[in-house]
Design a binder for this molecule. Structure first.
Ligand code: ZN
Length: 451
C-alpha cells in the first residue's frame, strides 16, 4: 500500500471538493481511500508513506486527448495550417520505426514530467508507442495516423491498425488502448472510414480523427463534398459516443448539434489553433449544446511543448477574449477540462479523471515550494485561492510526483522508470539524423490541399 498523507487534495469530483488536510491510500492499482486525514482508516505498518506535510497538492493526473509525438520541433513555423500540412508531411515521408521510438520516449517522458498521466497519441509505427508507454508507465490511447488517398498513402494503413489492435489493445493491465485512427477527410477515403467502423464493431475500440481545423478546410470540403466536414463524417456514420474529434475550430451550430446528439467529444487544442492561424474554437457554444470538450496539446511539432498546465491557461484566456467575458472558463472549469472531461473523451471517466475511492490511482503531487503558487489562503467555506494558482500560475515543472495505475513513475521531478539522460541523448542523436533525411526530402513538397 502507498499512503499519501497531509496533502491538499483537489479531487475534481462532481462537487469539485477540495480537502484541506487529506490522505490518499493506494492499494494495488486503485484508490482505496480519498478523504480527510482525521477520518482515515488505519494505515498498515508496511505501507510506503509519502508525508506531504501540507506542502503538496494532490490532484488527478492530466489527460492530453490530442497529441502527435515527434522529434521535429521548431521547423514548419510561421505557416497557416493548409500550407503547414505539406511541410509537416515531410517528417512522415521520412519517418522510420526508430525515429518514432525515440519520439515516443522523449514525448512520453515530457508528458509525465509535466503531470500528464494519460495521452491520446496519433502517430506512426505505434507498436513502438505501446512498448515505450508500457516501459515508461504512462496510460496511452494509440490512434495510428492512417491515410489511404494518394499521394498520402505513406501514412499508416487500416491493415497495420488492425494488427496493432490484435497485438497491443489492452496490454499492460489495460493501460495501453488501441483505437482506429484516421488523419482526415482529405487524406482518407470512404473505405478507410468503413474499415475504422468495422474495427470499432469487431474489437470494441474507439475512433479518433481530426475535425475541421482551419476555415480554408471547410471551404474546400464544401466545394469537394458539397457539405461540411462534420456532415460528411455524419454521412459516413462516424459520429457516435465512441468518437473523439481533434480541433473543430470552424464549426457551425448545426455541426455542433450533430456532434452533441451523437455523444462524441471534441479535443480542444488552443495553442496549436493559435499558432497555425486557425483562430479560437467556440468552446462555450460547444458546451452549451452539450458537447464534452477536453484539452489537447497537439504535440511538439505545432505546440513546441506539452504542458497541459500552460494549455489550461491559454485555453481560458482565449475563451475570455473570444467571448469578451471575464467570467468564462474559470479555474475550476479548466481543471475539469484537463482531467475528467479528458477521461470522458476516452470513455474512461468511470475509472480515471478524478480522485475518488475505487477509481484507478492516476495521481500527481505538486510542490507548493514555488513563489508563484504562494501564499495559499482559505475561505470559511473551505474554498481556496490555490485553484487559481493551479491554472494561472502553474508550470508543469512544479510537478514533483506522478503515479499512474498505482505505480510511482516520477519522484522529486525525475522519471524513475527510465534513464532521463539516455532518453535525451538518444533523442538528440536520432532527431539530428531525422532532420537531415527530412530536409533532403524537402525538394519535393506536396501541393497544399486547396480546391
Ligand atoms: Zn492533430
Amino acid at each position: 500500500m502507498l499512503a499519501i498523507t497531509n496533502a491538499i487534495i483537489v479531487t475534481v469530483d462532481d462537487c469539485n471538493a477540495v480537502i484541506k488536510d487529506g490522505t490518499i491510500l493506494i492499494e494495488g492499482r486503485s484508490l482505496a481511500y480519498v478523504g480527510p486525514s482525521d477520518c482515515v482508516p488505519c494505515i498498515p505498518a508496511g505501507a510506503t508513506l509519502i508525508d506531504c506535510a501540507g506542502k503538496f497538492v494532490a490532484m488527478p493526473g492530466l489527460i492530453d486527448t490530442h497529441n502527435h509525438s515527434s522529434l521535429i520541433r521548431g521547423v514548419a513555423e510561421n505557416l497557416n495550417l493548409v500550407d503547414w500540412l505539406p511541410v509537416y508531411d515531410l517528417e512522415h515521408r521520412t519517418c522510420t520505426p526508430q525515429d518514432a521510438r525515440q519520439a515516443y520516449r522523449l514525448g512520453y517522458m515530457e508528458c509525465l514530467l509535466n503531470g500528464t498521466t494519460t495521452v491520446q497519441d496519433m502517430y506512426r509505427f505505434m507498436d513502438q508507442a505501446a512498448q515505450v508507454a508500457g516501459e515508461l508507465g504512462i496510460r496511452a490511447f494509440l490512434a495510428p495516423y492512417a491515410a489511404d488517398m494518394p499521394p498520402y498513402d505513406f501514412f499508416e494503413s487500416s491493415e497495420a491498425n488492425e494488427q496493432l489492435i490484435k497485438d497491443w489493445h489492452g496490454a499492460f493491465n489495460g493501460r495501453i488502448q488501441v483505437e482506429a485512427g484516421i488523419e482526415d477527410v482529405f487524406y482518407a477515403g470512404e473505405t478507410m472510414y468503413r474499415r475504422a467502423l468495422d474495427m470499432h464493431e469487431q474489437y470494441g475500440v474507439r475512433i479518433h480523427t481530426h475535425g475541421p481545423e482551419h476555415a480554408e478546410e471547410e471551404t474546400t470540403a464544401r466545394k469537394r463534398f458539397g457539405m461540411s466536414i462534420i456532415e460528411l463524417l455524419n454521412n459516413r456514420r462516424l459520429l457516435g459516443d465512441f468518437l473523439s474529434l481533434g480541433h473543430c475550430v470552424p464549426i457551425s451550430r448545426h455541426d455542433m448539434e450533430l456532434i452533441a446528439a451523437a455523444g462524441a467529444s471534441i479535443c480542444h487544442c488552443p495553442v496549436s489553433a493559435a499558432k497555425l492561424g486557425c483562430g479560437t474554437a467556440p468552446v462555450k457554444d460547444m458546451e452549451e449544446v452539450g458537447i464534452n470538450v477536453s484539452l489537447g496539446s497537439d504535440g511538439p511539432i505545432d505546440n513546441n511543448s506539452m504542458d497541459l498546465f500552460q494549455e489550461m491557461k491559454v485555453a481560458s484566456l482565449m475563451q475570455k477574449v473570444h467571448y469578451a467575458d471575464a467570467k468564462a472558463f474559470d479555474a475550476t472549469h479548466m481543471l475539469r477540462m484537463a482531467t475528467i472531461n479528458g477521461a470522458r473523451s476516452l470513455g474512461i471517466d468511470g475509472s480515471v479523471g478524478s480522485l475518488e475511492q475505487g477509481k484507478l490511482a492516476d495521481v500527481i503531487l505538486i510542490s507548493l515550494n514555488h513563489p508563484s503558487l504562494r501564499p495559499v489562503c482559505w475561505n470559511d467555506n473551505d474554498s481556496t485561492t490555490l485553484i487559481w494558482a493551479l491554472v494561472f500560475a502553474m508550470q508543469g515543472s512544479f510537478v514533483d510526483t506522478v503515479i499512474v495505475d498505482g505505480q510511482l513513475v516520477v519522484r522529486h521531478g525525475h522519471l524513475v522508470t527510465a534513464d532521463e539522460q539516455e532518453i535525451i541523448d538518444d533523442a538528440q542523436r536520432q532527431g539530428v539524423d531525422w532532420m537531415k533525411r527530412r530536409n533532403a526530402a524537402a525538394t519535393h513538397v506536396l501541393a497544399p490541399i486547396r480546391d
